[in-house]
Design a protein around this ligand. Sequence first.
Ligand code: GUN
Length: 297
Amino acid sequence: MTATVIDGKAFAATVREKVAAHVTMLKSEHGITPGLAVVLVGEDPASQVYVRSKGKQTVEVGMESFEFKRDDDITEKELLALIDQLNNDPKVHGILVQLPLPAHLDSDLVINSIDPAKDVDGFHISNVGLLGTGQKSMVPCTPLGCLMMLRDHHGSLSGLNAVVVGRSNIVGKPMAQLLLGDSCTVTIAHSRTKDLAEVVRRADIVVAAVGRPEMVIGDWIKPGATVVDVGINRIEKPEGGTRLVGDADYASCAAVAGAITPVPGGVGPMTIACLLANTITACCRANGLPEPEGLTA
Ligand code: GUN
């Protein structure tokens, strides 16, 4: 079997189109321009690339982008004061603090100081609790993007066996909650899981989010299963130079799977698209307006 390739780049473009249409409606019918604030502390090159890309796409869909760049010697008190200012700014509907933060700052404290209603990353402990109990919440962007692609490919996910490989707070755990919410039978596996290959072989849906390059191999995949690859790893090529690979070994998995997301061009582009979607959701909720269809969990 040769797997259907799930085109995350194209899917993300359709999500951005829906977001842009909603922005147009919010502006023309309600005089509201959704605004997203991104806080970047320090000079981490990967974070700078992300933040630039977020800012560009935010403006492209018609929203306001507010960027706050701070030196890495900012004190926790100063950072908390900035977040307090954004929490109280009516033009700001979404707040994202780029992670990782420098070691002297307590990430949990900082994230939990964001107004949960503006927490477009879905990392605030209130949103984690709401998601875990099946209540309306802000949902982390990467798992939300995975869920959208899975729903689009499968229609209903009800009753399917899903194995999430990886237990991070950002992807693995919220992904498992979302799949459970769609009535999958969910297993969270990880690098220490016994007989990991056997566990993965039971899955109709495999989400590879373990942070190890090409760890999930085709031999572990049930024929016809769907593989969603969240990993982004840069590895050395034998002939020199580098290439991007996921947490699944693409060639061997694609030979067995029914569908697979590539790296790059799979889950990656969906993350920022879902950040924009979450900002619309936050903006609609803040203004007592109906939530956009198809852009939330
Ligand atoms: N750093 C890498 N990915 C993310 C993300 O999705 N959100 C935040 N806040 N920081 C990140």
